[in-house]
Structures are given as C-alpha cells and as structure tokens.
Design a protein around this ligand. Structure first.
Ligand code: AMP
Length: 190
C-alpha cells in the first residue's frame, strides 16, 4: 500500500496537489479538515470541531484520531491513501503508525511542501474569496493557524525524519512544477 503523508503549513497547496496525486496513483484522498467541514453542522461533533477550527486551533487528538480511523476504514480496498492535514501532532503520528501497523502496513513517505510564511498569508487571503472559509479570511486567525503549525505540527516532520521518511519539496513555483517534483519523489521512493 502506498501511504503518503502530504504535509505542510496552511496554504502550502496540499489540497491542490493531493487531487493530482490521487488521480495519478489511484489513491484515496483523506483530508481531516474536509471531513470536519462535511459533518452535519447540527451535530455535536461538528459544533465541537468548529469551536476549535473557527479560532485556528487544533481539534483535540482523541477526536481527530477517531475521525481519521473511521474514514480510512471506509476504504478497505484502497491501493493507498494520501493523508492531507493529518497527522498534525506527534500524538496523531504515533496513533497513525499503530493503526497502520495493525493493518499490516505503514507510512511510505512524508512529502513536505515548504513555503515561506509571507507567501502563505497572501495565498490564504486570496483563497478565502473562493473557499468561503472564515478561517482563511481573517488575518488574526491565519496567524494563529501558522503559529499552531510552527508549535505543534512542525515537530511531526522531525518524527518522520527520524524514520528516514521525510522528503522536503519546494512548494513555491507553478502548480505543475510542484506536482512534477512530487511525482519524481514518489517514483524514487515507492
Ligand atoms: P484544514 O482544512 O486542513 O486547514 O483544517 C481546518 C481546521 O480543521 C484546522 O484549523 C483544525 O482546526 C481542524 N483540523 C484539521 N485537521 C486536523 C488535525 N489533523 N488535527 C487537529 N485539527 C485538525
């Protein structure tokens, strides 16, 4: 199984690139952010998740891990999975390792899109017009998301580096060029 953790700060282009990887390698694309946004807005779980995401904070690990595991379980015949926006803490990364080990598989690689902070802010503000996401439109929330990434999420790259699975990809440039870098890394590694 090809299990790719597509990593990077908010606005790095994970969703766009995940669509292309999914197409090329026939993978299931799981974005925990998308899963949270797709919950019935009247449900307790959706309200709870929104109380964190509206502020740009992370949803607690126990809830997020359960959501991720139940999503993966929906695709028993998947050739592979792109994990987009998960894991975002080392606790989540450890849980994913255990979950995949129980299925007799493991994370194949982490592809980490590297984009400078100023560029992220410009992209998120631009994206807000199309995404309609409040957390993309508000500069204070954007800053909190970036701070949360630096504090809680960036260490996840070290976790996979320790396993020899981290591949940094320059996330600045044309979408096509970045896709090509991702494809090249997958071909070399898989
Ligand atoms: P995203 O669509 O990936 O930008 O995620 C939007 C929001 O959903 C984040 O700001 C978090 O509040 C929440 N979220 C998504 N994925 C996770 C995760 N793996 N851990 C905790 N919170 C998450």
């Amino acid at each position: 199984m090809l299990n790719i953790v597509l990593f990077g700060p908010p606005g790095a282009g994970k969703g766009t690139q995940a669509d292309r990887l999914k197409e090329k390698y026939d993978l299931v694309h799981i974005s925990t952010g998308d899963v949270f946004r797709a919950l019935d807005p009247e449900s307790d779980l959706a309200k709870l998740a929104k109380s964190y995401s509206d502020k740009g904070d992370l949803v607690p690990d126990d809830i997020t891990i359960k959501i991720l595991e139940s999503e993966v379980t929906k695709y028993p015949n998947a050739k592979g999975v792109i994990y987009d926006g998960f894991p975002r803490t080392t606790g989540q990364a450890k849980a994913l390792d255990l979950f995949l080990a129980a299925k007799g598989t493991s994370v194949t690689m982490m592809l980490s899109l590297v984009v400078p902070e100023d560029e992220l802010k410009t992209r998120l503000i631009g994206r807000a017009k199309d995404s309609g996401r409040e957390d993309d439109a508000n500069p204070i929330i954007i800053q909190n998301r970036i701070n949360t990434y630096n504090k809680s999420t960036a260490p996840v790259a070290d976790y996979y580096k320790g396993q020899g699975k981290l591949i940094d990809i320059n996330g600045v440039g044309s979408i096509g060029d970045i896709t090509k870098s991702l494809f090249d890394s997958i071909e070399i590694t898989k």
